[in-house]
Design a protein around this ligand. Sequence first.
Ligand code: H53
Length: 799
Amino acid sequence: MDLRNGLRPLGSTPAEFEQDLLSNLYYRRGTTVESASAQDAYETLALTVRDRLAARRARTAAAHYESNPRWVYYLSAEYLLGPQLEQNLLYSGTTELAPAALKSLGFDPAEVAALDVEPGLGNGGLGRLAACLLDSLATMDIPAVGYGIRYDLGIFKQQFVNGEQVETPDDWAFQGDPWEFPAPDDRHRIGFYGYVGPDGWVPGEVIDGEPSVLLVPGYGTETVNIVRLWRARATESSFDLRRFSAGQYAEAVEQAVRAENISKVLYPDDSTESGRELRLKQQYFLVSCSLRDIIRRFRFRNEGWDGFAGKTVIQLNDTHPTLAIPELMRLLVDEEKLDWDQAWSIVRQTFAYTCHTLLPEALETWPVDMLGRLLPRHLEIIYQINEGLLGEVRSRFPDDIDRVRRMSLIQEEPERRVRMANLAVTGTFAVNGVAELHSELLTSTTFHDFATLWPDRFTNVTNGVSPRRFVKLANPGLSTLISSGLGSDDWLRDLSLLEGLVPLAEDASFRSQWRSEKRRAKAALGLGDPGALLDVMIKRFHEYKRQQLKLLHIITLYHRLKSDPGRFGVPRTVLFGGKAAPAYTAAKSIIRLINAVSATIAADPVASGLLRVVFPANYNVTLAEKIIPAADLSEQISMAGKEASGTGNMKLALNGAVTIGTLDGANVEIRDRVGADNFFLFGLDAPDAAALRGSSYQPRSYYESDPELRSAVDAILSGAFGGVGQEVAQSLLDRDEYLTLADYRSYVDRQDEVSAAWKDQERWTRMSILNAAHSGFFSSDRTVADYLDRIWRAAPVQP
Ligand code: H53
């Protein structure tokens, strides 16, 4: 069947688009213009736009079928795709057509657009990275599928009640999701629990995984790839009619509810291990459904197993999908009857693993008991993999018992647990960190033993971000200016072309237009004085990221305003955005204290117009797209050696924010590229920070010897900010795990230089332009190119 010739082309004139809208409104929404609600109009628009992408999808699928290519499969427990409407309008070339057609049918385009809900199926950087990589894979015509979970409830909504974070559920698809295609016929049956009998695993519970497909269009190309998100469904037999008839209504659906709970909620913990069985179930559910699907797709054009690893690379996004390794072993050995060695060789050639952290507490481990109960056969397989691993270690390093203990897939003390990161390294052909520094630290610390045993397995792929979403869509004004400066919009597909802006930094009229765009973005945020420096810290709340350091700086500025105004600097608006994991008490205390400091400063006439702290609730991709274009200063102030990469740092630099930061994660590479003169560096580097942590660090000595630091901490302790947050100051004095006090002086002094630089607006604008000009490297297209070159080795297929 040749789909290329079989499809009626969809309209491309305004009249035709309007016709398509109308027909969707009648035939698929079942209503009329006169009686349509804004929601009807939104869903109709989404269907009309989706149709255009679906036509391209059909052509893409046909081309893929014909060429039987090598596939990239991305397995991720999280995707933060961001709002879909604007992106899909842009990628389908209907950004102008759509609002015109809506208007002429009597709808208000702005009201309709406001109904687009972002699917918040991720926590932070890792989930957003997955979305940027999918965008780039499609843009670069790489045959790829993303696999994930279609959580009913995404990342919680954040509200502030008396300054405290309160979480409410995010029922994002309550009205339905017009962008997805449910595919109930592609269900797979998944087992849990049970026992291992003579013929293999006999599960004690089964559920169905049902996929929904979301379209992932490429920019400036025909390709439309897909992401498949699995939803847990009870099997037909799980409704207990007998109990229902007996009036036991809750009991009758109990089994079904338990089954469907698996895809109920995204776990809102970021970089910490939750240790809950339901999360382990989710992980197995994701990998088992996805592997069956991958094998099904392989079978379309291929037979046997010899060609599998040649046609398939499966990227594991962090350890969350690591159970894919024993699961593929089980499928090959138990179901396909391959011998162990052949199966292991296929597995080892198929998987690759990206590690996203350096925090030891974020490296997942699961209790052996729990894993063995939930997945008895997988535990056996893990033991067998471990035997092979430890055999290799013993033969390379005879009598090195300590090394064997460290590298084992099983941690013995204080409780027996399976180390998922060790399993991921053992079962893959490539392991990468996400920034140069991070990858170096992985091989020198976290995975040092493994890097000694298998040095060739380790590599780096520095993260990147989509310039389509984070420049073009988020910042249309600046995008137009960049295109006019460069003479074309080719930079959207080759971000290295931004280097062409370098000479324009010396052009006064270009600088003035650049400043106008910043001011316009600030005005759109509604932050009052657009002349004030907008100082932005947007990211998850975590002590290692050190929002508390920013807070000490704010309090210091406030104290200077009151007692030493000559040292204050320039008018500033400090903007925070971010959520704390619901169970992370210390991070929630910091949020509460920020809101309290904000209120105290707002109520003080001395500060008015000079210093403001704003903290809009519920930071998400939608809000990020509004904040990033407006930012002047980007806060990347984590303790060196803790942030794996960061990607907000890249988005902000690309939009002309100047960074104040430590030598951590990708900050190092940003500074190398934009130049030391255009970056405000402060603080201990990773080796010095590690050394100080390793010695007997005395936070109190910094407090005692620095009067400004002392008065900032004392103010919190004395209850000067609504009487809250004392525990934040106390923990800084007592422990200060992330060296906040050690870096305080260097940070505050650097901030004084920021203020001085801001006073010279021409100088600042030059720095801002140069930041954007030299940040082309941080495109996720380059990231994908590096993955292709170092790990994936897949080639483009053009529809
Ligand atoms: O992944 C980002 C990094 C960032 C890192 C983050 C991350 C998560 O969002 C969740 C779990 C995890 O282990 C790491 O913290 O530094 O930029 C994408 O690589």
